[in-house]
Design a protein around this ligand. Structure first.
Ligand SMILES: *Cc1c(COP(=O)(O)O)cnc(C)c1O
Length: 390
């Protein structure tokens, strides 16, 4: 067996990407607009069942920034954000001079806890300020508790910014992730389920809101023959070259979802009889996950002291990449001074969780190496207890 690096999640080209890029060169659409940009937007709109409008942007982070602006977040406001997430969910709150308020996860979906969310809103209102928006994330492609979070948001009339950066291809009760928020966000970074090398999109319920987002993304130019500006603008539009990659990737999106889900099945099989190691899985059949990353939880009290770090380091010696879960934002030096509501669920997940190689481009050879390395580790657990009760 070879020893080439097995990555957590690496780009996986479908085949036609270069054709779309070549067309852009041939027609000189080498700019942040053009047929690939509009083509990718309409591909995404039809993928999301034509319920929403989609604006292609330079990154998912840019989409979150513009989404908060569309939700009227300004300096001095407060914005609620899931604590366990990638920092890009929360950074744009600070770009706007607003204050983040972090909320714990619940243990079914690892996402925003509806109970802690409601407590935070009630407490913040009692302190004199109603939060302006709620940022909810579908971590690792597992949908958050859509109905419960919507109920709390509507009870207090606070809009939801749905960070679906990791969840293109996931759905809840048959409806695609990205379409549940008052604003939705997608990412096409290199490690995501499809990539444009770097890019993102904003998903809006109306075409008018999309136009407003694109207005901000293209320097807020007023309707005039000269350059006239009455609002602050940004340079956040997607390049037509990147969008060409995206059009090729849209052709293989459903294949990527199936392949990532097969990697999840692979880990379920590897760990099925191992007590103390569980594979993160949706709570019930309402949830359909793209399983962008497969993750495990390790309970050292049952594994005889084997921790997620033991596993990570052992895989590293085999040239296999794995990574702890997202470190919660309220524990990050840049965010630790902001309010937090919760009960340490996210901390415990972070302490015990590990993401494993999940790419749609992993080969049978990669899976053999992974299986051998993981079974060897599991075999070292003293007095191994099998979940099946052996
Ligand atoms: C990747 C990611 C983003 C940011 O997207 P970029 O395109 O990298 O800017 C935001 N939120 C989450 C949860 C992500 O995983």
């Amino acid at each position: 067996m070879n020893n080439t690096k097995i990555w957590l999640s690496s780009p996986h080209m479908g085949g036609n990407e270069q054709q779309f890029v070549k067309e852009a060169f041939d027609t000189n659409w080498v700019a942040p607009l053009g047929p690939n940009v509009t083509g990718l937007e309409s591909d995404l709109e039809s993928y999301l069942s034509n319920q929403s409008s989609v604006g292609a942007l330079s990154s998912g982070t840019a989409a979150i920034h513009l989404g908060l602006i569309l939700l009227d977040v300004t300096a001095g406001d407060t914005v609620i954000c899931q604590s366990m997430t990638f920092s890009a969910s929360a950074n744009p709150i600070l770009y706007l001079g607003a204050t983040p308020i972090f909320i714990d996860s619940e243990s079914d979906t690892w996402n925003l806890c509806p109970i802690a969310l409601e407590q935070a809103i009630v407490d913040q209102i009692a302190k004199g300020k109603k939060p302006k928006a709620i940022i909810a994330v579908h971590l690792y492609g597992v949908p958050y508790k859509i109905d419960e979070i919507r109920t709390v948001a509507d009870k207090f009339s606070i809009p939801i910014l749905e960070d679906s950066a990791e969840a293109l291809g996931s759905s809840f009760k048959g409806q695609k992730c990205g379409t549940f928020g008052d604003i939705g966000v997608l990412s096409f970074n290199g490690n995501k389920i499809i990539t444009t090398s770097g890019g993102g999109a904003i998903v809006t319920p109306t075409a008018a809101l999309k136009e407003k987002a694109i207005f901000f993304a293209t320097q807020s130019r007023d309707d005039a023959p000269h350059y006239q500006h009455s609002e602050i603008g940004y340079n956040y539009r997607m390049s037509n070259i990147c969008a060409g990659i995206g059009r090729g990737q849209m052709e293989v999106l459903d294949d990527h979802v199936a392949l990532r889900r097969a990697m999840h099945d692979f880990y379920v099989e590897v760990f099925k009889d191992v007590a103390g190691i569980s594979v993160f899985t949706v709570p019930n059949e309402d949830y359909f996950a793209n399983y962008w990353l497969s993750a495990i939880l390790v309970d050292p009290a049952i594994t005889g002291g084997m921790t997620r770090e033991t596993i990570r380091l052992a895989l590293e010696t085999e040239n296999i990449e794995s990574r702890p879960l997202w470190k919660p934002m309220h524990l990050q030096p840049i965010f630790e001074m902001y309010p937090y509501y919760g009960d340490k669920i996210a901390e415990t997940l972070f302490d015990n969780g590990l993401c494993l190689p999940s790419g749609s481009n992993l080969t049978d050879d990669d899976r053999s190496r992974l299986k051998a390395a993981l079974l060897q580790l599991v075999g070292q657990i003293p007095n191994i207890q099998y979940a099946a009760g052996l």
